[in-house]
Design a protein around this ligand. Sequence first.
Ligand SMILES: [Cu+2]
Length: 226
Amino acid sequence: MRSHIIIALAIAAGAVLAASTVTAVMAAQGQSTAMTVGENRKFMDYKDGVFKVRAGAGGPTAPLTAFFPQTAHIKAGETVVWYNPSNIAEPHTVTFVFDEAQWANFETAYVAKNVEGFEPLTPGENAEPVTLPGPDGQTVIVAANARSISAAVVSSDGTATYLPPNGDYTLDGTEKYVNSGFIWPEGMTPPGFPEISTFSAKFEEQGTYNYICVLHPWMTGAVVVE
Ligand SMILES: [Cu+2]
């Protein structure tokens, strides 16, 4: 679990470095939201009903934590595919939180019941779980949240369903939560994480669908379905 925290700290440090660049990029992208479907497509990676959006970009000296384009204009029945073209192993998510109660942090605290002890899976690994005192003498374990790192959907009745890695999902507009999971540059998924390098979503209903990256909360995007 400590490795997750280190990843989080590294991501946060990168975030601060990238913040000023991102602000400039996002300001520039603000213009694109006024474009029509036709105008938007002329300059974008659009072909045969599939609109590609980059989740992050750049490398160690100039990481960019933003979606390109920030707004994807599509028609009902078309698909948006997100991918991560960075050349460092920095993940991003595409997370639609339609019901704020369904927000999923990537690390969360669980109470361990009837558990004797925790050992790292890999013998000799320099790792230990983060534990905190919990209610009634129980132990709280801080661990990764599968609904954040994996592709997952929470439907209108509160049922959570996990999608296969690189999942494609058709939104019917009733979902409470739709998450890509951590999208890594192809071939750069670290051990222990689901191997995800794309997320594909088909939009059947008109409307504006806002999304966020759970790792970089200023990293926002929208799909406008006309
Ligand atoms: Cu991100």
